[in-house]
Design a binder for this molecule. Structure first.
Ligand code: ADP
Ligand code: MG
Length: 331
């Protein structure tokens, strides 16, 4: 049983960033307005995620770490479109717990007592009352201590941390109304205010140089949705001359979910055409809204790759809205 559990866990919990993704999603689902992520080393040493969400009662937290338990009722449309509910259900805490030492400190909103639950390799070690404000802290230490094969496959600390950074960034940009912070080995990497719009989140995450050179895309124009295909685009793209020189960066969200899409990436490059200065690459954060039945993100759930029903119209809408935004900016 233990072995089966560990093999299953190895498929789901690929690396520290996969743990962070699941825990951040849980905090968002718990309606948090503040989410702090602290990482030590590669993340196998320690991942701690604290939120001010709805929290859990003693009974809830005991259930939460069991197999196939979820407090979330999802409707069948979510499951079919795959967009609203990527990943697996009712399994995250259970699987993460199976391959680490897991401590959950939580208190429900509205006065009840707080609880601390500790597991090691999936076995409950201790449960006791704990004082804290409403919300939840999930601390994962010694990730993969009992799955050495998985640990061996990990890259350097800085590579693993860069995956974590990317995940937290993705969620921070998609949720500018939530205050995110990310710390690595005690040093703050970024924090967002949770007050703002996408632009202020971009400023917090990427810094002034990138943020001041961003050009707004879409908005009123795409609300018109001239062809009536239900497809809209909004977000920010970089000025062709001030973009980063490293390599192109296109963050795409479809119906609020971060996805990867070569169709969108190519459409962004096409919009810049030959306006890019030599050795400059575009930077873009784009939110696409598409009817649920015209998108399939189940192609590779783990890789978050997306397939559009009508690729040509996605390509055209993205390219044209960016090209128009660049034109409006006098380029
Ligand atoms: P799922 O998110 O698919 O329900 P998980 O294993 O990730 O499955 O979580 C199990 C349950 O634990 C959730 O349904 C939720 O009730 C509870 N839970 C997990 N994380 C939090 C959190 N940060 N705040 C409040 N409740 C949480
Ligand atoms: Mg979850």
């Amino acid at each position: 049983e233990q072995t089966v559990q560990r093999i299953a866990a190895g498929e789901v919990v690929e690396r520290p960033a996969s743990v962070v993704k699941e825990l951040v999603e849980n905090s968002l689902d718990a309606n948090a307005s503040r989410i702090s992520v602290r990482i030590d080393g590669s993340g196998t040493e320690r991942i701690a995620i604290e939120d001010d969400g709805i929290g859990m009662s003693e009974e809830d937290v005991q259930l939460a770490v069991e197999e196939h338990t979820t407090s979330k009722i999802r409707d069948i449309d979510d499951l079919e479109s795959g967009v609203a509910t990527l990943g697996f259900r009712g399994e995250a805490l259970y699987t993460i717990g199976a391959v680490s030492r897991l401590t959950i400190r939580t208190k429900p909103r509205g006065g009840e007592a707080g609880t601390e639950l500790r597991l090691a390799g999936g076995k409950a070690e201790e449960i006791k009352p704990a004082g804290r404000p409403a919300g939840t802290t999930v601390e994962v230490t010694d990730l993969f201590f009992n799955t050495p094969a998985r640990e061996k496959y990990l890259k350097t600390d800085s590579t693993e941390f860069s995956h974590v950074n990317r995940v937290v960034t993705q969620y921070a940009l998609a949720n500018p109304n939530v205050a995110f912070s990310l710390d690595h080995d005690g040093r703050e990497i970024f924090s967002t205010t949770g007050q703002g719009d996408l632009q202020s989140a971009i400023l917090s995450v990427y810094g002034r140089e990138v943020a001041t050179a961003m050009i707004a895309v879409g908005n009123e124009r795409s609300e018109g949705d001239e062809d009536g295909d239900g497809l809209t685009v909004s977000g920010y793209v970089s000025h062709p001359e001030t973009t980063r020189s490293t390599r192109e960066y296109v963050a795409t969200y479809v119906n609020g979910r971060y996805v990867r899409s070569s169709v969108v990436r190519e459409a962004v490059l096409a919009a810049y055409g030959n306006q890019l200065a030599p050795d400059r690459y575009p930077f873009a954060v784009l939110f696409l809204s598409v009817p649920g039945d015209s998108v399939d993100v189940n192609v590779h759930p783990r890789k978050m790759e997306v397939r559009f029903g009508d690729e040509a119209s996605v390509r055209e809408t993205v390219r044209d809205s960016i090209a128009n935004a660049l034109l409006d900016d006098g380029l």
